[in-house]
Design a protein around this ligand. Structure first.
Ligand code: SF4
Ligand code: SF4
Length: 164
C-alpha cells in the first residue's frame, strides 16, 4: 500500500479494507438491490465527513489519478496560462480506457500540506471523489469497493453500512 504520511486511524482503515477486500466487494454487490440506496449512502457519507477532514489525508491525490475530461484540461491549461497540448505533454497520459490521467503520483498539484494548488480549477473527478454521495450508486458499487483501499473514509463508510 503506497500510503505515505497518513494518520494511524486512516492507515488502520485502509489495512482493514485490504484485508476485507473480497468480503467488501461481495457486500457492495449485494447492495445493488437495496431500496433507496443513494439515500443510504448519502447518510453514511455525511456522518463520515463530519468527522473526516481531507486535509489530514490526501491519499487519493497521493496514490491515484482522476480522469481529466477535455473541459478540465481546457480550464486548467487556461488557468496555468499554457497551451492545452503543453499541459497534456507535461502532466498527462492516456490510460487503458483511453482517458487522460496523470503521468505520475502523487499529483503534481498536491502541496505538502495536502492542499491542491489548482483547487478552484481541479477536474470534476476530484470534486466528486470519493463518489459516495452521488446519484445512481448502484452503477459504481465495484468502484466503491476499490475505493475502500484508497480512501479511508470510504473504508469506514462501508464498515458502517455492514453493521446496519
Ligand atoms: S488536481 Fe488537486 S484535487 Fe485533483 S488529484 Fe491533483 S491535487 Fe488532488
Ligand atoms: S477523499 Fe478520501 S482519500 Fe481523499 S483526502 Fe478525503 S479522506 Fe483522503
Amino acid at each position: 500500500m503506497n500510503s505515505t504520511n497518513l494518520r494511524s486511524v486512516d492507515l488502520e482503515s485502509l489495512e482493514l479494507a485490504t484485508k476485507n477486500k473480497l468480503e467488501n466487494l461481495k457486500f457492495l454487490q449485494k447492495m445493488k438491490s437495496t431500496k433507496q440506496l443513494d439515500a443510504v449512502f448519502q447518510k453514511a457519507h455525511d456522518a463520515e465527513f463530519k468527522k473526516t477532514d481531507c486535509l489530514n489525508c490526501g491519499n487519493c491525490c497521493k496514490t491515484t489519478s482522476p480522469i481529466f475530461r477535455d473541459t478540465d484540461i481546457k480550464r486548467i491549461a487556461k488557468h496555468l496560462r499554457v497551451k492545452e497540448a503543453a499541459f497534456i505533454a507535461q502532466y498527462l497520459r492516456i490510460d487503458e480506457d483511453r482517458d487522460y490521467v496523470l503521468q505520475s503520483s502523487p499529483c503534481a498539484f498536491l502541496e505538502s500540506d495536502n492542499t491542491c494548488n489548482i483547487y478552484e480549477y481541479r477536474p470534476l473527478a476530484c470534486r466528486e471523489y470519493p463518489h459516495t454521495n452521488r446519484k445512481n450508486m448502484y452503477q459504481i458499487l465495484e468502484l466503491t469497493a476499490t475505493n475502500t483501499m484508497i480512501c479511508p473514509a470510504v473504508a469506514r463508510i462501508v464498515e458502517q453500512l455492514k453493521i446496519k
